[in-house]
Design a protein around this ligand. Structure first.
Ligand SMILES: [Zn+2]
Length: 201
């Protein structure tokens, strides 16, 4: 019989390792923001009959942001012909990086929703917009993401410490059941007994 825990445990370990890896990546991205004003990835463009939508991922001034854009299909015709996934980096001090006004950040947290009116090209000033571009942005600082990603590795360390303590006390490493009367296998959860002396040999 395959016990549920036997499948769950390796998955937990994999998720903890992945979380730690992403934490390191987040810290690296946080450091990268000193040299790169913005990393910009368009991760999806969908063209429906009247509305064009795009999802963008930005690393901007030490924060990571996800942006949802939607606009009238005609407005975005040029963008829609481009690649479905594109990446651009804007190093600090480049004219494009200076042109980019960016988002309103509150300690690196970003939550914005705005609509920009677009006028036909070459129309005189005061012409009402004929089309609109809706933008929704949410973002959090990389350090915050890194901190959140430390939760799982922390659980892993606590679990390991508990298992070690249980082992030293002669309890089941998994469930803490007293194994003094059961030399081979835990009668409660079926885990094979690990003797404290086994590791030292
Ligand atoms: Zn047990």
């Amino acid at each position: 019989m395959v016990r549920y825990g036997a499948v769950r445990r390796p998955l937990f370990n994999v998720l903890c390792a992945l979380s730690l890896l992403l934490c390191v990546v987040s810290l690296a991205m946080w450091g990268r923001s000193r040299w790169v004003a913005m990393d910009h990835i368009t991760i999806g463009v969908a063209q429906r009959p009247t509305v064009w939508t795009a999802i963008e991922l930005d690393s901007w001034q030490g924060s990571v942001c996800i942006t949802f854009d939607s606009a009238n299909a005609n407005v975005a015709a040029a963008a829609a012909t481009g690649p479905r996934v594109s990446y651009r980096a804007f190093p600090i001090q480049t004219p494009e990086a200076k042109l980019w006004k960016g988002y309103t950040s509150h300690l690196g947290f970003i939550a914005e929703s705005h609509r920009v009116g677009l006028r036909p090209k070459g129309s005189p000033p005061g012409t009402p917009p004929t089309r609109f571009m809706d933008t929704k942005v949410v973002g959090a600082p990389w350090w915050f993401i890194a901190l959140a990603l430390l939760i799982m590795p922390n659980l892993w360390l606590r679990k390991r410490a508990r298992m070690r303590r249980n082992q030293e006390l002669g309890l089941c490493v998994q469930c803490g059941y007293d194994l003094r009367a059961s030399p081979h296998r835990c009668p409660e959860c079926g885990t094979e007994r690990v003797l404290a002396t086994d590791e030292q040999r």
